[in-house]
Design a protein around this ligand. Structure first.
Ligand code: UT7
Length: 331
């Protein structure tokens, strides 16, 4: 019997219209365009300003983009997974609402939370369902409304994050294309360095937690930076080594967009030259679960069937990992 592999067969994206530039941030906190650009590579990011709209809005729009471009019938989708650190609501799965809204009436849906690694981990989940033969169409969305958990008076975090979403459809492939290998890691040591302290089960919301600004993202940037550089580059190196990939064999490095310097350090470590490194951090900042699928959507027209893609991500938890994908179509 021919082996089933899991391939991405369509992608879609959505970013909100409002552009928050470095210049506007200069009027909000003590920062400047030069510092932000040299330390992070970010020039602007998108913010979902409309009241009452949450992460599901971004996710739905990205899924609708994919459906419209690929012409698939949403009724054929078996499963919708939303990777997100900013669900619409506690308890109610964002993906269940997204599935209903896009007309995926025969699908079930659930959320997957692994901070900035949510989409990468979700690729493993989506691919496993396909490889096992259990489902035929799995829609994986990475979406985050980071502006809902950012303190726009804290210059250490507000310059970094943005809102956005990307979607990818996973289907069976019989030519050996799609996900080839993955190496996923986590280490609980990380939760002291990147987290939201209150609002979870450990510290439920009180007047004091709100007054103490404990519902915003806290990040010890320098420490996270060091872990990110060393771990992201070592998993990227490992996935290349164990699949016998040299830098010539790799067409694209698809790395989480947290900081241009982290992406460049990873590319240097594995010897992949800059023209093969997907980069859109300058436009969107760090969209957490959204970065990897937004890259795929932005670079889709340049991808060719058979291209070797190395994915790498690092995020809160800590969670991190790498994957090797053979791209499955020409657009
Ligand atoms: O996606 C999840 C994983 N997250 C990451 O991978 C993020 C990892 N961390 C980073 O990307 C970087 O650590 C940051 C971009 C967050 C910060 O860059 P840094 O080079 O590590 O700067 P720093 O925090 O060490 O701060 C250096 C200086 C400090 O001033 P002093 O103490 O040297 O006088 C900060 O107070 O820069 C100051 N600073 C700023 N200055 C202007 C910090 N934030 C700003 C700012 N504008 N926005």
């Amino acid at each position: 019997m021919t082996k089933i592999t899991a391939a991405i067969t369509a992608v879609g994206k959505y970013v909100p219209e409002y552009v928050l530039t470095n210049q506007e941030l200069e009027t909000m906190v003590d920062t400047n365009d030069e510092w932000i650009t040299t330390r992070t590579g970010i020039k602007e990011r998108r913010v979902l300003k409309e009241k009452g709209l949450g992460t599901s809005y971004l996710a739905i729009k990205s899924a609708e983009d994919l459906i419209q471009k690929s012409n698939i019938d949403p009724k054929e989708i078996d499963l919708v997974i939303v990777g997100t650190a900013t669900p619409d609501l506690h308890v109610a799965a964002t993906a269940a609402y997204v599935a209903s809204e896009i007309g995926a009436v025969n699908a079930f849906g659930y959320d997957l939370q692994a901070a900035c690694s949510s989409f990468l981990y979700g690729m493993s989940t989506a691919a496993s369902y396909i490889e096992s033969g259990r489902y035929k169409k799995v829609l994986l969305i990475g979406a985050d409304k980071m502006s809902s958990i950012i303190d726009y008076k804290d210059r250490a975090t507000c310059i970094i994050f943005g809102d956005g979403a990307g979607a990818a459809l996973f289907e069976p492939n019989y030519e050996g294309l799609g996900l080839q290998d993955e190496y996923l890691r986590s280490d609980g040591v990380g939760r002291d360095f990147l987290r939201i302290e209150a609002g979870g089960s450990m510290m439920p919301t009180t007047e004091e937690t709100v007054a103490g600004k404990k519902h915003f993202v806290y990040q010890e940037g320098k420490t996270v930076f060091k872990y990110a550089v060393s771990n992201m580059s070592s998993v990227a190196e490992k996935i290349m080594q164990r699949n016998n990939l040299t830098e010539q064999d790799v067409q694209w490095l698809v790395a989480h967009q947290a900081n241009k310097r982290i992406i460049e350090a990873t590319a240097n470590r594995v010897g992949v030259s800059s023209e093969k490194v997907m980069m859109n951090i300058q436009k969107y900042g760090n969209t957490t679960s959204g970065t990897l699928p937004l890259l795929l959507a932005d670079y889709e027209s340049q991808l060719k069937k058979g291209d070797n893609l190395v994915f790498a991500a690092f995020g809160g938890g800590f969670t991190w990992g790498a994957a090797f994908v053979k791209w499955a179509y020409n657009s």
